[in-house]
Design a protein around this ligand. Structure first.
Ligand code: HOZ
Length: 430
């Protein structure tokens, strides 16, 4: 493939944007080479600035669950834009999407819309602190909750990809209130809780981790956290920015039958426009301004274009719940195909999958937490595989720490092409 135009665009971009991008992972620094500039996308395919076509598994890092440029979403955005792009006043569509979202998700009474997953998680923690009157939080190494200061401690995603899981700029004062625990290790969490008895406002986690590759929770882990929180007056916060409305309509709360106290959303809930949200029962949400004293606000929160996009995507999912089954079957098919390829070429690997999220770690030992994910990422195999796949027209997220997201626009023929591409790429691996 020729990337002449993308390379030229990257040269220009670097003069005016730090690293040529507005979000670090996109820069390809982790995998080497120049980033590919997207020009347009439809369904399961993205077309770059040089006209190359890719079957892709980023799907805007999650939102495009029904594929790119999904017609009802496009129509909703156009219709909304014609009526005005932002008012800074309440609009009817905000209540409509809130009613719909709440009806799809278990255990929440009210929802507040913001502009990103980062904002949602940042606000959820403030709410947890305001509600409990406590200051410390527990997060898990390798979980990523956006880039607000409290979370850039052993963070996954781009933060670890670029070697700054603990970012400079985060003050010691902030860092000391974030306690770290090991994902899937309940005993470790219990220890942290007992060492900080009465001081912890919340435990926040991605209940299916997606920022150290895909790592599902071990049997009993979420239930154990729930019980621990209940016995210590701690709020359990599920960051469902990736998993919400994706794994099932009700997210991990529904699929794993485990209730959280506050849930954060992003990605699918915005239909590909900048939307985040956090939701909880009335007794918690009513602490939020203007009802309560915990402050949170935003000029573009509940933006009519973003709400229209999110509403039409949620509506489509709500009206056709079989899409989750279809996605899970496609993901299982891909899993099987990839696994056969890796075995055929004797490549040490672990594939983790949950619903329509999947990732491959080039490790022969199970990948269950940040340490095992990091050990797998270190061997450089992913980068070779990534470029091998790209050459075959398959666009994966450019980091060993990111999850692949499937969209339902993918056909079985696309999946077969992906498996065939993996067969070629696996030949390059040691
Ligand atoms: N941190 C995001 C993935 N987990 C990357 C977002 C982007 O670059 O668009």
């Amino acid at each position: 493939m020729i990337y002449k135009r993308s390379s030229a665009l990257f040269i220009e971009a670097q003069k005016v944007l730090p690293g040529g991008v507005n979000s670090p992972v996109r820069a390809f620094k982790a995998v080497g080479g120049d980033p590919i500039f997207a020009a347009e996308a439809k369904g399961a395919y993205v077309y770059d600035a040089d006209g190359n076509k890719f079957i892709e598994y980023i799907n805007s890092w999650g939102p495009m669950i029904l594929g790119h440029a999904y017609q009802p979403v496009v129509n909703a955005v156009i219709d909304a834009a014609k009526k005005g792009t932002s008012f800074g006043m309440p609009t009817e569509i905000e209540t409509e999407i809130a009613q719909l979202a709440i009806s799809m998700v278990p255990n929440v009474d009210k929802i507040r819309f913001v502009n990103s997953g980062t904002e949602a998680c940042m606000s959820a923690v403030r709410l947890a602190r305001g509600f409990t009157g406590r200051e410390k939080i527990i997060k898990f190494s390798g979980c990523y909750h956006g880039h607000s200061d409290s979370f850039l401690i052993q963070a996954g995603s781009g933060a670890v990809t670029f070697g700054s899981p603990n970012s400079p700029g985060v003050t010691r004062g902030t860092a000391k209130d974030t306690l770290l625990a090991t994902f899937n290790d309940l005993e470790n969490v219990k220890e942290v809780v007992s060492q900080n008895s009465g001081e912890i406002a919340c435990i926040i986690l991605e209940p299916v981790a997606g920022n150290m590759g895909c790592i599902p929770p071990a049997e009993g882990f979420l239930e154990g956290l729930r019980a621990l929180c209940d016995s210590h007056g701690i709020l359990l916060v599920f960051d469902e920015v990736m998993t919400g409305f994706r794994l099932t309509a009700g997210g991990v709360q529904q699929s794993r039958n485990c209730k959280a106290d506050i849930v954060t959303y992003g990605k699918v809930i915005g239909g590909g426009l900048p939307v985040g949200a956090f939701a909880a029962r009335d007794e918690i949400m009513d602490h939020l301004a203007p009802l309560g004293a915990v402050y949170q606000a935003g000029t573009l929160s509940g933006n009519p274009l973003a709400m229209a996009a999110g509403f039409s995507l949620l509506k489509a999912l709500n009206e056709n719940p079989s899409v989750y089954d279809s996605l899970a079957k496609k993901t299982a098919y891909l899993h099987k195909g990839l696994s056969e390829v890796m075995h055929r070429h004797s490549v040490a690997h672990t594939i983790n999958r949950e619903g329509s999220m999947i990732s491959i770690h080039f490790s022969e030992i199970p990948v269950t937490d940040f340490n095992t994910a990091t050990n797998a990422a270190k061997n450089g195999q992913f980068n070779i595989f990534f470029h091998g796949m790209l050459r075959e027209g398959i666009y994966l997220a450019p980091s060993a720490y990111e999850t692949w997201f499937l969209c339902d626009a993918l056909s079985y023929d696309d999946l077969d092409k992906t498996i065939a591409a993996a067969d070629s790429a696996a030949k390059l691996l040691k």
